[in-house]
Design a protein around this ligand. Sequence first.
Ligand code: PDD
Length: 285
Amino acid sequence: MSIAYLNGEYLPLEDARISPLDRGFLFGDGIYEVVPSYGGKLVGFGPHIDRMREGLALVEIDLPWDHDQWRQVCEQLMIKNGNGNLGIYLHVSRGADTKRFHAYPEGVAPTVFAFAFDIAPAPVADKSKAKAYKVSTTEDLRWRRCHIKSTALLGNVMHYQQGHAAGNNETILYNSQGEVTEASACNVFMVKNGEVITPPLDHQLLPGITRLILLDVLQKYTQIPVHERTITLEELNSADEVWITSSSKEIAPVTSIDGKPVGNGDIGDVWLAAQTVFEKHRFDY
Ligand code: PDD
């Protein structure tokens, strides 16, 4: 049985209750995070909480929690749920008003909810064990504030479903200019002639924590050239390697895009080097 946290209390997940007037439920009016943990150790806790606090500030949800308060909830959830391979989901909505009205209400306490769910063991830098991802591509039709990690995920869900319905594991998105933004729940990287390239941060994509850690370890611990610059869909389709990154997947190699092989269709050597260095340093962040 999974133990969750709701508004100051730890309780079985199935006993957790919120009001149907909660703005998270009615409007998707909230901010969330997913922090991975392995054997009781969190990956990227500091940057995840920084991003959460920035998101809350951007949407003007006033929750004066510092890193220590969040750390305590994460640690309690890891302990109460067995310290295995756990994703820790953190969620703050604007709370439950007494009516449905679009304007931000005054004097309403935010709803704070968190729970732990099983994730796969930490990925290993081994081509024979890595899962090769197949992806679809489609035009990015989400809202234009994708830098905010909002709980309003219907646009992402619809894009994920497009890939899923086509028998693929993810959907890579491009804007109306044919530039790659990100995937429905991951950031995107490509490798061309030994160089690693990922789109620069702006409102079109989430500033992923895995992306941040990966760029940092590549720059600090390898000689691999790294560039943050625009990638066109055409370039993506002629890349030597493509990767998608997220907290639960780390660096996932993509071997097929819209049914066509990426490079020679195998997991690449630059992926191996990147996952090797990520693995070595994941708990430094
Ligand atoms: N997804 N882009 C989008 C749209 C995402 O939803 C995510 C994460 C990422 C990668 O971010 P990070 O490296 O910080 O996990 C990029 C989470 C895991 C989810 O919604 O489940």
